[in-house]
Every structure is written in structure tokens, then in C-alpha cells.
Write a protein that binds this ligand. Structure first.
Ligand SMILES: *Cc1c(COP(=O)(O)O)cnc(C)c1O
Length: 418
């Protein structure tokens, strides 16, 4: 029986695509993902090349610290950082990054995390950069100290957080600075790094979703930020449960030590010296706070493969195809009560989105109807309160775009008849 398999990104149908979906066999229908590579729906689509690398890696064994050391070299080349670590996601990168900043090479501190009362553990952060993701930083034992205001959002003024406010909050308990990077984060990352480094404090950056543009891969090298976290399962299209932590050699070594399984003999343990310099250690740490965030050899290989592809490929052509899919949907549904706009980001590497403004229909109802149909369709829901649906094309092929157009037309027609 031929079954629809949801929005696949492969253009050419493979033998597998016309057999029964593995999800069907579990009774979970595959969806059309028009929300982009979001975690809740399973992240991004690995390319065939990445899937092949994953499978090849699963057939043999290697010591993970050697594999991570090789991945580190590759990540250093791509990001301009001294070193890198493949983690189990950007959130894990934040926990490990905070743990590295708090513990360094101190075995006793590593052992005590997340209990940090006896040593510096405060991270200064701009109040308007707080989010649910900073739980990952606090999980290492960090205490967040908020500074600044966003008077623009508050409708109270024209200024946002300023660099001097970080400096004013530094004290003996300060371990570092947490910075959430977006195109319009304030103050500029460079200014925060400058202030922090003047006080010998490291800066941990969350740039999880800030790719593309590919230029942001160079954030560690360009801004001198000490540690930068990226997601591996978003635009890089690695395994969903991977992330990158890139930055200063000693901090990456500490993060690696607190994640890797260290059940070995000190006399025999020989991590690659350029990755973990054992002369800097008093002994072998026990399993650290990151032991629950392990990354498999297959995931490391797949992430490195995906990263090499992401870094070397100009996304212009892929974005042209994305735009065609969005236009196809827009043309099918546009009318007096449905306004469509393709949002083209100012940076040509970033993915275009389709914003659908509903004048006559309830956006939440349409969203629900799409999810409940067959196959279920999940559209971007970030602007529902403004009466808008958003289509992210990253996980769509032309067949999925056709299906979305068709189903949206039906849902919109149904809603005006209700
Ligand atoms: C997605 C995201 C994360 C978490 O990334 P994972 O790779 O899913 O762990 C953290 N911070 C921000 C800002 C994100 O967008």
C-alpha cells in the first residue's frame, strides 16, 4: 500500500518513502511540518549524506574523547574558536558552558556541581535576555543576576541595557556573563565582552537559533566571546539531539571532562593533549554534571558531516526553492479576507517565511483544524494572537506545499460557512 509520509525534504522518492512509515507502524501519523526545525516537532531533516555518515559510524567503535578531539579541530576551523565540543543540544551546551566557567579544572568543584555556594557562581545577564532556556544555565548551579531595563518595550523611554550596568553588578561571587545573541541584542556582544574581559570574566553566549547566516558561525572568533552555544538540530541539519559549544581551549576541556564518561585508569588514560591537557589536572574527575547529556559516536559524526555541508553551501538556491513553495501556497489561498506576504529577511542567507493574515477567520480555529486533519499540518503559531499563520518552508517539499495549499483552502472555506 502506498502511504503518504508527510513532508519529506528529499526531492527524489526513495524505496523507503513508498513503504509503510515507521511512524505508522507505531500508530503515530507523520505530520507536515510547516513550523520549521522546531524541537517539539522533531527538529530538522538530516540529508542523505548525513544519514549515511550516521549509519557508517554506527557500525564501528572509537574512543569518544578521540572522536570529540577530531570534531573539536573541525569546529575550530569553521568557527574561528580555539576548540569545540559536540553536545546533546544547545541547551546542554549552556549547562556545560556554565559548569566549565564555574569549575574550570577544579576536580572538587566539578564534583560538587550544582551546589556552588562556596565559590563564585553568579552570571550577570541583561534582564531582557532572560528566557526559559536559561534554566539550562541555572541547572549547573549558576545564579543569574539581572541588570538593565528595556525601556523601549516598556514604553517608558528610549534606552535598553548598557555595558556599564554589567560592570556595576560584578562582585566576588561573579563567575561570568550570560549573553543571548540575536541580530538586535543590546548592548552589542563586543561591548559586553570588552567589559567582562577587563575584569577577567568569561562570556557565555546563547546563539542557538542564530544560523543562518553562516557568518554567525564565526561569532567565537569575531567577538572573542569565551563560549558560544549553537543548536545542531536546527538549520545545520544535524541530529536533533546535538549542539555545539565553541570557544576557549581550557573551558572546552572542562566542559568535555564534565560530560565524557571517565571510567578509566589514570595510568592508562590518554586524552589527545590538544583537546584535554591532563597535566592541568590533579587526577581524573568522576562522572560530572554533564554525564546525563551524553552524545553518541553516530551523533558526533553526523553533526560534523552536517556542519561541513552547512558551512560550505550557499543557501541561495535552497531559499529560491523555499520561496517558490511559499508562493504556491499564497496564490492558492489569497483573497479579499486572506492576505499573504512572503517575508524576505534582509540577509539573503536567512529563510523566507509566509505570513497569512486572516480577516474573516479565527486563526486559532484554522490552526486547530489543520492539526486535526489527515495528514496533520503544523503551521507556525507565533503570531496567532495577531490573527496570523506563519509558514516556515524549511521542512517542506513541493508535495507538502501542495497539500498545505489544498487543506488551507478547505479550512478557510469551511470557517466562512460556519
Ligand atoms: C532552540 C534554542 C535553544 C535550545 O537548543 P537545543 O539545541 O534544542 O537544545 C536554546 N536557546 C535558544 C535561544 C534557542 O532558540
Amino acid at each position: 500500500m502506498l502511504r503518504y509520509r508527510g513532508g519529506r525534504c528529499d526531492k527524489v522518492p526513495t524505496a523507503r518513502s513508498i513503504t509503510m512509515s515507521v511512524y505508522d507502524s507505531l500508530g503515530v501519523p507523520a505530520i507536515i511540518n510547516a513550523s520549521g526545525p522546531v524541537t517539539r516537532l522533531g527538529g530538522s531533516a538530516m540529508s542523505e549524506t548525513v544519514l549515511d555518515a550516521f549509519q557508517d559510524a554506527a557500525r564501528e567503535w572509537v574512543p569518544l574523547e578521540q572522536l570529540q578531539a577530531a570534531a573539536s579541530k573541525m569546529m575550530a576551523q569553521v568557527t574561528g574558536a580555539e576548540a569545540g565540543l559536540v553536545t546533546s543540544g544547545a541547551a546542554a551546551s549552556l549547562t556545560l558552558g556554565a559548569a566549565a566557567i564555574i569549575a574550570g579544572y577544579d576536580l572538587s568543584r566539578m564534583e560538587q556541581l550544582p551546589h556552588t555556594e562556596k565559590f563564585p557562581h553568579e552570571f550577570v545577564v541583561a534582564r531582557d535576555q532572560r528566557s526559559g532556556y536559561d534554566h539550562a544555565v541555572r541547572a549547573a548551579g549558576a545564579k543569574l543576576v539581572e541588570v538593565g531595563f528595556n525601556e523601549v518595550v516598556a514604553g517608558a523611554g528610549v534606552r535598553r541595557t548598557e555595558a556599564w550596568e554589567y560592570e556595576a553588578a560584578f562582585c566576588e561571587q561573579t563567575a561570568g556573563v550570560l549573553y543571548v545573541y540575536t541580530r538586535d541584542s543590546q548592548p552589542a556582544l563586543e561591548a559586553v565582552v570588552e567589559v567582562a574581559h577587563r575584569h577577567d570574566l568569561p562570556v557565555l553566549v546563547d546563539a542557538a537559533g542564530e544560523l543562518p547566516p553562516r557568518a554567525n558561525l564565526m561569532l567565537p572568533g569575531m567577538t572573542k566571546a569565551d563560549l558560544v552555544a549553537f543548536s545542531g538540530g536546527k538549520a545545520i541539519r544535524g541530529p536533533q539531539s546535538t549542539g555545539l559549544l565553541c570557544g576557549q581551549q581550557d573551558l572546552i576541556a572542562s566542559a568535555a571532562l564534565q560530560m565524557l564518561d571517565l571510567d578509566d585508569h589514570w595510568e592508562l588514560w590518554e586524552p589527545p593533549a590538544e583537546f584535554i591537557d591532563r597535566r592541568k589536572l590533579k587526577g581524573m574527575p568522576r562522572h560530572g554534571i554533564g554525564r546525563s547529556m551524553k552524545v553518541s559516536k553516530e551523533e558526533i559524526v553526523a553533526l560534523v558531516t552536517a556542519l561541513a555541508i552547512f558551512a560550505s553551501q550557499d543557501p541561495t538556491e535552497a531559499n529560491d526553492t523555499h520561496r517558490e513553495h511559499l508562493q504556491l501556497i499564497a496564490e492558492a489561498i489569497e483573497g479579499p479576507t486572506v492576505r499573504c506576504e512572503v517575508l524576505d529577511p534582509s540577509d539573503h542567507e536567512c529563510v523566507p517565511l509566509l505570513e497569512i493574515s486572516l480577516v474573516a477567520a479565527d486563526a486559532v480555529e484554522i490552526c486547530r483544524g489543520l492539526r486535526k486533519g489527515t495528514p496533520p499540518i503544523y503551521v507556525g503559531h507565533g503570531k496567532l494572537s495577531a490573527g496570523k499563520l506563519v509558514i516556515n518552508p524549511m521542512c517542506l517539499d513541493s508535495h507538502a506545499a501542495d497539500t498545505i495549499a489544498d487543506r488551507l483552502r478547505k479550512e478557510l472555506k469551511g470557517s466562512t460557512q460556519r
